[in-house]
Each structure stands twice: as structure tokens, then as C-alpha cells.
Design a protein around this ligand. Structure first.
Ligand code: ZN
Length: 102
């Protein structure tokens, strides 16, 4: 088994997992609950991670992750007012309602 991705934003980790699975790569999430409830900042603890069950998929997974990160619409964004991170599908910050900067 091999770690292929980690991010302080649990939501991103789940999106990557889903994306890899959609492309036929078996994977799972570790440390999902390493970070407290939303709003609690403890980003320097263990990060949520995506792991491959078979390292043979590594090259393909890395390419897919790269592709994923170049899809601006699905990328999470940081609210410039409260610094909360939001799903790329949200047009307003879930926490304070500030619109996303284009
Ligand atoms: Zn905000």
C-alpha cells in the first residue's frame, strides 16, 4: 500500500479518492478524522491521506491527481474574508457568505 495524496482539507482528500475510483483505481482514505470539526484549526497534526491499495497504480494515480488539480471549478478555494476553505462548487463561503473571488 502506498500513500499518494494528502491535504489539510478533508474535502479535497475525498474528492481525490472519488476521482481515482471513477478512473478505476482502488484506493482508500486514512486519517479522515485526524482534524477536528470544521472551524477547529489543527492543520499541523496528521493530515488526511489517500492511499492506493496497489502501488502498481502509482503513475496513473499521480497523473490523475495532477489533472484534477488543474480543474479550477472543482478546486476548493479560500475565503478571503474568514480564510475558511470552501468546495469549488460553492459560490459563497459556507461560513460567512462572502462570494468567491473569480
Ligand atoms: Zn468566509
Amino acid at each position: 500500500m502506498l500513500k499518494v495524496y494528502s491535504h489539510h482539507d478533508r474535502f479535497m482528500v475525498w474528492q481525490i479518492k472519488q476521482w481515482l475510483e471513477q478512473n478505476g483505481i482502488p484506493c482508500f482514505v486514512k486519517n479522515e478524522f485526524a482534524i477536528g470539526a470544521m472551524g477547529e484549526l489543527s492543520p499541523f497534526d496528521v493530515l488526511p491521506e489517500v492511499w492506493l491499495t496497489d502501488e502498481g497504480w502509482l503513475a496513473k494515480a499521480q497523473k490523475l491527481i495532477k489533472d484534477f488539480e488543474h480543474q479550477p471549478l472543482q478546486h476548493s478555494w479560500l475565503c478571503e474574508r474568514c480564510q475558511e476553505s470552501n468546495d469549488g462548487n460553492f459560490e459563497l463561503c459556507w461560513q460567512c457568505g462572502t462570494p468567491a473571488e473569480p
